[in-house]
Write a protein that binds this ligand. Structure first.
Ligand SMILES: [Zn+2]
Length: 280
């Protein structure tokens, strides 16, 4: 599925490449089961969380920018799990992958960059530059993570083609679209801040996996590599969001677009009603 909204002169498409299910208190070990019971609307009938694997396509007047490329792999779409839906979504939008010149990776977990390669290891986006934090690449391709991460193998065709662009600080990669350091989930994790005609969108990456973390930013996910840093970053990001900033979060319930607002007692995430398109 695809959802779309607009800020300034940019159309933002939220594309679901896939999805998976987790037990909420296993995914968020610090979360209290009683809190989930009071938010049963987030849970499936058997008490699990459905986590989306979302990508965001920014369509500006003269550019396409893709933030994360999903899990990729053989297309699969069942109630239980899905993957590899991004190429069909692009076809539905009449976007030729060859026209996508900029692909930003928030980090190098496979559900955020696995969609870069076809099944026969060709580049899905043959003309793109791929942006990653230098520390992120180093973490997954050297030291103890190297053997099991698979990052070196997955990135090899991109590196061999000379398409990997490493950044080591906040970096504006396209006019108005800036990669912002938000480490903790992974050592070189980055979010994306996009500004158009005075309107701001913040694409979180995995700073947050669920809307309840707006109220409970101390909840780390089980995959947060440096939990204390991840929690500090999450606090900082939520504190920095103005109520008119559009938040875009890939693992949130679809479309993963909304605003964070605060009342006297708590901060909460309110989804927007984005227009949905059925994939063809
Ligand atoms: Zn993720």
């Amino acid at each position: 599925m695809i959802w779309e909204t607009r800020f300034g002169s940019i159309t933002l498409f939220a594309i679901e490449d896939g999805w998976f299910h987790v037990q909420p208190t296993e995914w968020f070990p610090e979360s209290d089961p009683s809190i989930w019971r009071t938010h049963a609307d987030y849970l499936t009938t058997d008490g699990r969380l459905r986590l989306s694997m979302g990508c965001f396509l920014l369509a500006g007047p003269d550019h396409w920018v893709l933030v994360d490329s999903g899990r990729g792999g053989p297309p699969l779409a069942t109630n239980e799990s899905g993957t590899g839906q991004l190429p069909a979504a692009l076809r539905t939008l009449s976007v030729d992958p060859a026209d996508v010149r900029t692909v930003i990776h928030t980090h190098l977990h496979i559900d955020h960059f696995g969609g870069n390669l076809t099944l026969d290891r060709q580049l899905v986006f043959p003309n793109a530059q791929f942006y990653v934090h230098r520390r992120e690449l180093d973490y997954w391709t050297t030291g103890p993570q190297r053997a099991t991460s698979g990052v070196s193998e997955q990135l090899a065709p991109i590196i061999d083609a000379g398409r990997l662009q490493l950044v080591d600080r906040d970096t504006e990669v396209v006019s108005g679209i800036t990669m912002v350091e938000t480490q903790g989930h992974t050592p070189g994790h980055m979010s994306v801040a996009a500004m158009s005609e005075g309107q701001r969108t913040f694409i979180t990456g995995d700073v947050t996996h669920h809307p309840l973390q707006a109220e409970y930013p101390e909840w780390n996910s089980v995959l947060d590599v440096k939990p204390s840093t991840a929690a500090a970053t999450r606090h900082r990001v939520f504190d920095s969001l103005t109520s008119d900033t559009l938040l875009a979060a890939g693992h949130y319930p679809r479309p993963g677009l909304g605003h964070v607002t605060e009342d006297d007692t708590r901060r909460h995430f309110t989804p927007i009603a984005a227009a949905a398109r059925t994939q063809t």
